[in-house]
Every structure is written in structure tokens, then in C-alpha cells.
Design a protein around this ligand. Structure first.
Ligand code: GAL
Length: 391
């Protein structure tokens, strides 16, 4: 135990030392060192220095105690989350790339990204606000997904590292961008707190009425990214109801009980135990789990919204949020076509997302909580991913 802890500290020191060269203000600029653990897959800060759309990209290193989180301002993305496993081995539980280019090239997987202006789908890319119809970029069949062609995940945010453990990213989305009304300023702050917590604060203001649904799209594998299937992870979601979808993954508008369905995660259950239940139409439509759960917590951040346990690592992730919903996505569209940090592929169902959010397609669903933001109002929400271990 002592030795393992010693190794852990040593490894972190090497990585921190390697990343501590701050040539560019606030951003890490040096190569990380190769060490023999999953933390050796940590990307080099240099590989994130680039000019994209005329703006500087970089890697920001946040640390507190035994936890380290790497963030890039390209898409305000979480690149790595390193926490100790049950043997104190530093384990990177977030999927990501070793450099900034793959995030910008090819089809977007949304690895680690802040998605916006509207996380998840808006039916046929249309909605009405104050009597006026808006037409959005449609990038997912007939629907608009995760903000459109670039959304907030393929733009360079302005970043300011405010301390060793926090960074604030700002993006101004112009009125008309991807079809949305209103000049919208969004601010996202990542804070690595004591006791292995990653806290994400979201804020936004607009100069004319718009709709907004910001979330984080980190793909987690609690056994370590690139370590294989997540189907043996145990999941608990504190939700008695969910929002079923049509075949294009747009909510039908109904809110239905999870009881007696593969969507009942009120008691911790292995993801894989019901994921292939082909007799369930919702599982068929989602190709597995890709659904919004209506949280019993109703925005109370002090109550646990979800808990996931890595079957091999013993790493536990608890989710707390002010949001009313949680999109549980089981990596059904992952197909091994991307190479992750450390050289492994993003194979089918090798990661899951817990996207805290408002419900998909809310602007077209009068019985869902409103996602409208008016001028003079301040949007704010908080989500905490809290890590611990079970022996
Ligand atoms: C999820 C969404 C999935 C899929 C995925 C990205 O948030 O619910 O349907 O689009 O993002 O591949």
C-alpha cells in the first residue's frame, strides 16, 4: 500500500514536472515523460499547441491531490481524467486523443467536449420561439445534433487558467450561428476539487431570446480508457422515469416509468445485462442505451443522480447535478475507427457518457422543462463527477 502510494506520487511528480514548463501564459507546453502505467498515455502538451481558425489551442493541466484533469480549449474538451484505482494506480478514465488534430479532423465523436448550443437532438432542426420559426443546421439525418455542424465542440474557446486546479473557457456564439438566434456568451469552468471531484460550472447570457442546453460529453471507461468493454460496469441512475424516443432518437413527448424495463437502473445493474434485449423497441431504436432519464433529484445537487463502478479498477464515479435530466449513452456508435491516447481503438461500447442536461428536443416539447434563455437572465448549472474506490 505504502509502496503503491509512493509510486503514485512519483509518477504524478514526473508528469507534473514534465508539464510544468509554462512558455505560453497559462498553458502547459512541454512533453510528458513515458512512465509504466496507464498515466503514461498522458498526451504531450506540445501536441495541443496549434493555430485553428486563427486561434491558439493549448492543453491546460489541472491538479489537486491525487487527481489530475487535462483540458484543451479546442471544444473546451476534457482530454484526460486521472484518478487512483483500488490499488492506487493512476488511471486515465476519460477517452481522448494524443494531440489536437484528430479532434478537429474527420467526423466528430464529441470526446470530452462541451456540446452546445443545444446538447442532443432538435427534431428536423426546427423550433419556434415567440412565434418565429428557426431552421438549424441538420447534421444527424433530418435532425440537428449537439449544436449542428461545428456546434461548440469544434471551435476554439478563450481559456484562462485561474489556479492550479481550475480553468475557465469562454465562447461567444454569434446570432445566426448554426441557425440559432441571439449572441450567446457561454462560460465553462472546470475545477478539480479536493477528494477527487471534477466540478463543471456553466454560465451563459444572451442579447435576445434563444434556446440552450449545455452539457459535457466525456466518454468514461472506469477501468481505464482503452481497456475494453464497459458492459460489466455497474450503473445506478436515480430516475423512476425516462423519455422514450422514435426511431430517429427524438423523444415521443411521453414520460414513462422505467419499472419492468431495461431502463430500470434504480438498483445498480451491469450495463450489459439488458443492453441487447431485442424485444425492447427502445433498446432497438437506441442500438442499446442512448436515452434521457428524468432524474428524481429534480435539480438538487446534494442528492446523487447516478453512480457507476468499474468492475476491474474498483473506481466509482458519482454524478451530482442541478440539471433535470441525464442522457445515458452506452457507446453504441463507437466503431473502432479512432485511435486513442496510448494507441488503442475506440471500440464498440468501450465507453459510456453521463450527459447531464435538459431533455432532448425540449424546444418542440411543451410538457418538458423550458430551455429558453431570455436577455437579462443568467443561465447557470453545475455538475460534479466525484471519484472514489471500492475494494
Ligand atoms: C450522444 C447521443 C448519441 C450519439 C453520441 C455521439 O450524446 O445521444 O445518439 O449521437 O452522442 O456519437
Amino acid at each position: 500500500m505504502q509502496k503503491a502510494l509512493g509510486n503514485f506520487v512519483l509518477i504524478l511528480s514526473i508528469v507534473f514536472a514534465a508539464c510544468n514548463n509554462t512558455e505560453t501564459k497559462n498553458a502547459a507546453t512541454s512533453d510528458s515523460t513515458t512512465v509504466d502505467s496507464s498515466a503514461s498515455q498522458l498526451p504531450s502538451a506540445k501536441n495541443f499547441e496549434n493555430l485553428i481558425d486563427g486561434k491558439q489551442t493549448a492543453l491546460y493541466i489541472l491538479k489537486n491531490g491525487n487527481m489530475q484533469v487535462l483540458v484543451t480549449n479546442y471544444g473546451a474538451r476534457v482530454v484526460s481524467i486521472i484518478v487512483p484505482d483500488k490499488n492506487d494506480k493512476p488511471t486515465d478514465v476519460a477517452l481522448g486523443y494524443a494531440s489536437v488534430q484528430p479532434y478537429a479532423e474527420g467526423g466528430d465523436t464529441y470526446f470530452g467536449a462541451i456540446v452546445g448550443r443545444y446538447g442532443n437532438r432538435i427534431a428536423k432542426g426546427k423550433f419556434k420561439l415567440n412565434g418565429k420559426e428557426y431552421m438549424l443546421a441538420t447534421n444527424n439525418g433530418v435532425n440537428s445534433l449537439h449544436g449542428g455542424n461545428k456546434g461548440f465542440s469544434r471551435v476554439v474557446w478563450d481559456a484562462q487558467q485561474t489556479s492550479d486546479s481550475s480553468v475557465t473557457l469562454t465562447y461567444v456564439s454569434k446570432s445566426g450561428e448554426e441557425g440559432y438566434p441571439g449572441n450567446l456568451t457561454s462560460k465553462v469552468t472546470y475545477i478539480v476539487g479536493k477528494n477527487n471531484q471534477l466540478k463543471i460550472n456553466y454560465e451563459a447570457t444572451t442579447d435576445s431570446a434563444t434556446v440552450l442546453n449545455l452539457t459535457n460529453h466525456t466518454y468514461f471507461n472506469l477501468n481505464g480508457q482503452g481497456s475494453g468493454t464497459i458492459n460489466d460496469h455497474l450503473v445506478m441512475i436515480n430516475a423512476s422515469t425516462y423519455t422514450p424516443v422514435d426511431s430517429t432518437l427524438i423523444p415521443t413527448g411521453k414520460i414513462e416509468p422505467v419499472k419492468g424495463t431495461p431502463f430500470d437502473f434504480t438498483i445498480a445493474t451491469a450495463i450489459g445485462s439488458r443492453v441487447n434485449d431485442s424485444s425492447n423497441t427502445q433498446i432497438k431504436y437506441g442500438r442499446g442505451y442512448d436515452h434521457n432519464f428524468v432524474l428524481n433529484t429534480k435539480g438538487n445537487i446534494n442528492e446523487k443522480a447516478a453512480e457507476v463502478v468499474g468492475d476491474e479498477s474498483g473506481i466509482v464515479m458519482d454524478v451530482y447535478t442541478t440539471q433535470p435530466g441525464l442522457q445515458f449513452y452506452g457507446g453504441n456508435f463507437m466503431d473502432g475507427s479512432h485511435t486513442l491516447k496510448g494507441g488503442k481503438k475506440d471500440d464498440h461500447r468501450n465507453a459510456f457518457c453521463m450527459e447531464t442536461q435538459h431533455y432532448p428536443d425540449s424546444p418542440n416539447q411543451p410538457n418538458f422543462p423550458s430551455t429558453e434563455l431570455k436577455p437579462g437572465e443568467k443561465y447557470s448549472s453545475t455538475t460534479i463527477y466525484s471519484f472514489s474506490v471500492k475494494q
